[in-house]
Structures are given as C-alpha cells and as structure tokens.
Design a protein around this ligand. Structure first.
Ligand SMILES: NC(=O)c1ccc[n+]([C@@H]2O[C@H](COP(=O)([O-])OP(=O)(O)OC[C@H]3O[C@@H](n4cnc5c(N)ncnc54)[C@H](O)[C@@H]3O)[C@@H](O)[C@H]2O)c1
Ligand SMILES: [Zn+2]
Ligand SMILES: [Zn+2]
Length: 384
C-alpha cells in the first residue's frame, strides 16, 4: 500500500451530460473537473447505468436552484488521481462509486446495525461532503453534483469513502449495477427483512430493485414470490428472477391488498415497496399478515413524501422498515457481492436490457420513463 501518491494532474476538461433545469433534456457540455482534494479521488467513469432515482430527482421541481446539475450515481470506473492522505487506492484501481459512503469511524460505521454513515451519508444539496463545494464548472459556472457521485461525466471527483475497490477482472459494464439498485434490492431482502426459508413474499414494482429483491428471496428459499406491477411485461422477466405469481392491480376487481390476503391466507410474511409511491407503502403494509408481517420500503417518492396508514395495521403486529442501499456498508460488503456475481451466485446480465454510448444518454431517460427498460448501461468511453 503506498503512503502518498500525488494526484495525476490539475483541472481536467472532459464531457458531461448537464441538466440545465428540472426535466430538461441533458446537454453534452465541456466541463472542468477539479483535481481531488484531501481524502478524495478522481475517477475516469467507464460505465454508468440509469437508476430510477436519477430520473425522479431530475424531474423533481423541489430544488430548482441546484442547476446546472450532473446526475448519475450507479457507476464503475478507474482511479485517475489521488488526493492527499488517500492510502487505500492507487491509480488504475477499478472502483464502484456509492451514494452512501463508509468513513469507518463514525458511530454508525462502527455499529453492525446501520449503514447510515454520519460523515458520508446521502448528500442532498448537490455538493461534496467535505467542503460543501462543487468540483465541476460548466460555461464558467459551478455545476452541482448528485449524491456526491455525478457519474454522467467522463471524469468525477468522489470522496475516497464513497468508492469501493473491486476485482479488476470483473466486467465494468455489469458491476456498475451493484453500485445502487441491485445491491439495494438484495440487501433489503437479506439484511433488512432477513427473509426466511419457505416464506411468502410480495413485491410491489418489478423494476431492477424489485427483481433484485425477488432473486435474493429465491436464494433464501422463499416458497412464493408474488410480483405486483402495472406493466405485465415485467412478469416475463420476473420469472427469471424467481417471481412465481403476478398481479396487475389495474385488473383487480377489489383492492390489491384484499387479493393478496385471499391468495396467502391472511397476508404475506414479507412485502416490499419498490416503486417510489408512498400510497403503496400502506398497501404493502396491508398485504402482509398480522403478528409477524414485515414491510420494507425502498422506493424514493416521486411526489408526496408522507406515509399514511391506519394505526391498526401496526397495532396488530406488522413492522414497517425502510432502507437505503439495502443496509450494506459499501466498503465492507460490496466486494463480496461483486464476487457473488463473478461466481454466478447472483444475476446481473439479465437486468441489462439496453446499452448505449454516452452521446445517446437522453435515450436512457426516455426508455425508463416509458417503462421499457430495466437497466440501460451507458458506455462513457467507447463507441458502441
Ligand atoms: N432505497 C434504495 O437504496 C434505492 C436504491 C435504488 C432505487 N431506489 C428506488 O426504488 C424504486 C425502484 O427503482 P427501479 O430502478 O427498480 O425503478 P423502475 O422504474 O425500473 O421500476 C419500478 C416498477 O414499478 C412499476 N410501477 C409503477 N407504478 C406502479 C403502481 N402504481 N403499481 C404497481 N407497479 C407500479 C413500474 O411498472 C416498474 O416496473 C425507485 O423509487 C427508486 O428511486 C431506492
Ligand atoms: Zn461513517
Ligand atoms: Zn440508485
């Protein structure tokens, strides 16, 4: 491990897909990327996949002053520059970026019960954790970050606690999926719900996150995995990931929770909200059983952030939990998930429905908004 490697250089000029306003198509612009500061690294992004959270935040009108902004957070790359004090990485290391970091020192990092790092947690103001500034400039103005990653740029600066070194033989165009959505789903099933053998599961939303819950539930030996989605095409793919039954709520004559209760003799053991709709959180809670039913909510709400449900659903013994990044501590846990992909224990390839060059990044947004993709991998550095 080398003690002090110097950054490979000064300001880099490269291309980034810049959002100039909420919901406005991204524009490929020339941006300046500052060198990494203390405890930061600069990364050449190789692949980034589009997560629903990017689309939700890009469409949101809640923070109109945080533009121009560079979205993207599900990414793989190669370390290009190293800031002072960083001993963990060397230039050329392959990394995944993460939107929840691990400083290793705070109360939460030291607790086995949490991945909510107090120093490198979810960044909501479009700035870097360490100095509340940005490392990008576009047309002479600062450009805001997203989740302290901003992988829709050919080069990015991230805190060294928000990157995870991975085995360099693993495909970068697949490993990037583990940097957010797939890990979030698998971890929700294994770490947060702690699904037991023979249990009955209901998953609301069969996108990448929901299907990752499904594959993790199948691996744990769940006996029934019921998928609920308004898009029937998702069930075909769902079968590959272990979904055994499908319900289209638009075709139900009664509320979907009643249908599920009848199908499961009183409710499922576990239910998961993987859509980003807080009304569905209550539906998911009502779909699991009295006594021991557990609902895990993962979705990032598109609009109403409040959850409302009848108190009786909790009094009768259900538990409502939430999780970011599936409860994984990224540095401690992500390398073993990458190994599971390499060993064929978890699937990623089947979630990649589209691959496009960086120039066509707006197509990825269109595909996700139309509901016609799971993950679209954007190749940042090569022509396809
Ligand atoms: N908690 C975390 O750490 C974490 C990580 C990644 C993504 N997310 C969030 O998880 C959610 C899912 O992400 P994704 O990338 O799989 O999204 P996605 O858009 O690919 O999948 C969502 C699925 O929900 C379905 N759907 C939409 N409205 C529905 C409704 N009313 N009833 C039933 N099905 C409905 C869609 O057809 C789609 O198949 C998003 O809210 C995303 O922001 C959370
Ligand atoms: Zn920490
Ligand atoms: Zn994400």
């Amino acid at each position: 491990m080398s003690a002090s490697i110097q950054s490979s250089g000064g300001v880099i000029t490269c291309r980034a897909a810049v959002a100039w306003g909420p919901g406005q198509p991204l524009v490929l612009e020339e941006v300046e990327v500052a060198p990494p500061k203390s405890m930061e690294i600069r990364v050449k992004v190789v692949c980034t996949s589009l997560c629903r959270s990017d689309v939700t935040q890009w469409q949101s009108q809640a923070q109109p002053d945080l533009f121009p902004r560079i979205f993207g957070h599900e990414a793989s790359g190669i370390v290009e520059g190293i800031g002072d004090g960083v001993t963990e990485f060397e230039i050329g290391d392959h990394v995944l970026t993460v939107f929840i970091g691990e400083c290793g020192r705070c109360t939460h990092c030291r607790s086995s019960k949490s991945n909510m790092c107090q120093n490198l947690g979810l960044e909501r103001r479009g700035l870097m954790h360490s100095d509340q500034m940005t490392r990008f400039r576009v047309k002479g103005r600062p450009a805001y970050h997203y989740c302290a990653v901003s992988s829709f740029s050919e080069y990015i600066v991230v805190h060294s606690g928000c990157a995870v070194k991975i085995n360099p033989t693993v495909r970068m165009d697949r490993a990037c999926l583990l940097s957010c959505g797939v890990a979030a789903g698998i971890g929700a099933a294994w770490n947060v719900a702690d699904i037991s053998k023979e249990s009955t599961i209901v998953i609301f939303g069969l996108g990448t996150v929901g299907l990752s819950v499904a594959q993790a539930a199948k691996i744990r030996g769940a006996s029934r995995i019921i998928g609920v989605d308004i898009n029937p095409e998702k069930f075909e793919k769902g079968k590959t990931f272990g979904v055994t039954e499908y319900i289209n709520p638009d075709e139900c004559r009664e509320p979907v929770q009643q249908v599920i209760k009848k199908l499961t003799d009183g409710g499922a053991d576990f239910s998961f909200e993987c859509i980003g709709d807080t009304d569905i959180v209550s539906t998911a809670l009502q779909s699991c059983c009295d006594g021991w039913g557990v609902t895990v909510t993962l979705g990032v709400p598109k609009t109403k952030p409040e959850v409302s449900t009848h108190y009786a659903f909790l009094l009768t013994g259900r538990t409502l939990k939430g999780s970011l990044f599936g409860g994984w501590k990224p540095k401690s846990d992500l390398p073993s998930l990458v190994d599971k992909y390499s060993n064929g224990e978890i699937k990623l390839d089947e979630l990649v429905t589209h691959e496009i060059p960086f120039e066509r990044i707006n197509d990825a947004f269109d595909l996700m908004r139309e509901g016609s993709c799971l993950r679209c991998v954007i190749h940042m550095q090569k022509e396809l």
